[in-house]
Design a protein around this ligand. Structure first.
Ligand code: URA
Length: 236
């Protein structure tokens, strides 16, 4: 696990190094974002428009972690602002969870993973779908490994007691590659010496794609169960 303290560089403050007190999570995250947004650890920096770091309340003790930014997030630089985000907002509200107040939301990947095409100059460019948006694909293992430094640093700063893991890549990131997602959905599992409880749920995009009212109800019920689990941290 990384040291939860964040180094501030000479270029920001004019000192060699300064350690911030643990309580200043917002400033630490801001400084981390400044560093992370220049990231070139994997080829996705070539096709991203915006680096999507994370958003929300770092003091609630609860994180929600999705897969990766989609085309809308890539344009706006904020997680879950497209259709999946709209559905997530609705489902969270139904469950009595306020996205801005109760959660810090991030993704396993901070840049949109795209299918590639060849640009007019011969360089790789993001392939566009029939709606003119970047065509999203699932993150690969190398990208997840390269990007994990940023998620781990966010976790070290925020020190969440609970993580809502949304979708396959996120659930596997926390519970291991061999986990059978359907078997663990809605079942809290302690990780990292019991300091964090992970609550696995399906990805909101999957629920939208399926257009199945029963699945939607089940999803909202699981979020209500999550709310129950974290109730000591969330006002009624
Ligand atoms: N899907 C994700 O996993 N994350 C986002 O931010 C948006 C869509």
């Amino acid at each position: 696990m990384k040291d939860p303290r964040v180094l501030i560089w000479r270029e920001v403050l004019g000192f060699d190094r300064v350690w911030l007190p643990d309580s200043n999570k917002k400033l630490k995250l801001f400084l981390l974002e400044q560093q992370a947004s220049k990231c070139k650890k994997c080829p996705l920096f070539r096709t991203r428009e915006k680096f999507v770091f994370g958003w929300g309340n770092p003091y609630s003790g609860i994180m929600a972690v999705g897969e990766a930014p989609g085309p809308d997030e890539d344009k706006l630089g904020k997680p879950f602002v497209g259709r999946a985000g709209e559905f997530l907002n609705y489902a969270l509200k139904e469950a009595g969870i306020d996205r801005e107040r109760d959660l810090y939301i991030a993704n396993v990947l901070k840049c949109i993973p795209v299918e590639l095409a060849t640009g007019t100059n011969g360089n790789p460019v993001a392939l566009l779908n029939k709606y003119g948006k970047k065509s999203f694909r699932a993150p690969n293992k190398a990208e997840i490994a390269a990007c994990s430094e940023w998620l781990e640093s966010q976790i070290s700063i925020i020190k969440p007691r609970f993580i809502l893991a949304m979708g396959n890549p996120s659930v596997r990131y926390f519970l291991g590659d061999k986990v059978n997602i359907t078997a663990v959905l809605g079942t809290p599992r302690k990780i990292r010496d019991g300091s964090i409880t992970v609550f696995p749920v399906l990805h909101p995009s999957y629920i939208i794609r399926k257009k199945n009212p029963d699945l939607e109800k089940l999803y909202i019920q699981q979020l209500k169960n999550f709310k129950e689990l974290v109730s000591e941290l969330i006002p009624d």
